[in-house]
Design a protein around this ligand. Structure first.
Ligand SMILES: [Zn+2]
Length: 282
């Protein structure tokens, strides 16, 4: 999970480019007529983003200039998502993610563009760049049409949230079935901002990150076990193992303080059961 730089193209420019790819002149005119309402809905989204209050968003069906929600969905797909004229815009959104890493999970490869607020209920912002986030297929699929409201906290928005700069993800190594270690993820209990805490839990829930991180961390456990067995032999004592895991926690996190991999290596380093009992280090 990490922060992205927001797209520089503003909402009205993006809308204009998408509309310009519509071939039928009469239909294009309808979208031009709806433009001020679209602009105002995009500005409302920008306000929510500035205050990080996406839970106050109120979705509704679109009904302007004879255009309904489904027409605005069609403006996204096929106009925005497939036409040559919007290719640069799409690329700028996808390429904002360094190394094509999905900002929602920090591990998957960017394959799609996610509507942060779903276009089904927020049709007026279907081509607003600030509502379009590059995502991996698993995150996009897990999120589906999740829409925050007063009882459903918003997931983190990679362009606007500041929680990416606070360390809140941690992990522990526990004894799982048949005595094998398993990494379990937590949100640091000393995080006192309860509203933020509920959003972080929602982020982990919606993207199924508790289990996805735990599965990926199984590879970290295997890799370290294999490193001890094949590359370093049993010569490593427990202090050296802890030093090694401290270094790999830093290396593997790639500078992201809420990296699942960094948290896994730290948990491995801190677990007496894992190092002494399971691996037999002394
Ligand atoms: Zn992802």
């Amino acid at each position: 999970m990490y922060k992205l730089v927001a797209p520089i193209t503003d909402a009205s420019k993006s809308y204009g480019i998408a509309v310009s790819t519509i071939r039928d002149k009469g239909r294009r005119k309808l979208f031009d007529t709806a433009s001020p309402i679209v602009d105002s809905q995009c500005k409302q989204f920008d306000k929510l983003a500035a205050n990080l209050s996406f839970h106050r968003a109120r979705g509704s069906s679109f009904d302007v200039a004879g255009l309904a929600s489904n027409d605005m969905s069609l403006l996204y797909d096929p106009q925005f998502s497939k036409r040559k004229g919007t290719e640069n815009l799409r690329d700028s959104i996808r390429n904002a993610a360094p190394n094509s890493l999905c900002p929602y999970c920090g591990e998957g490869t960017v394959a799609q563009i996610d509507h942060y607020l779903p276009k089904e209920s927020y049709a007026g912002i279907s081509v607003h760049p600030a509502n379009l986030v590059p995502a991996c297929a698993d995150c996009n699929h897990a999120k589906q049409s999740y829409a925050p409201d007063s009882s459903k906290p918003a997931v983190l928005h990679p362009y606007f949230d500041t929680a990416f700069g606070i360390k809140w993800l941690s992990a522990t190594v526990e004894e799982g079935e048949i005595g094998r270690p398993v990494v379990k993820y937590n949100i640091d209990s000393d995080l006192l901002n309860l509203q933020l805490r509920s959003r972080l839990i929602a982020h982990m829930d919606v993207f199924k990150l508790w289990s996805r991180f735990s599965i990926w961390a199984g590879q970290s456990l295997d890799n370290f076990g294999s490193y001890l067995k094949h590359e370093h032999g049993q010569a490593m004592d427990i202090l050296e193992a802890r030093d090694h895991l401290e270094r790999t926690a830093l290396q593997q996190s790639g500078g992201r303080i809420n990296s699942w991999e960094g948290a896994a290596h730290t948990a491995m380093r801190e677990s007496d059961w894992y190092l002494s009992t399971y691996l037999g280090l002394t």
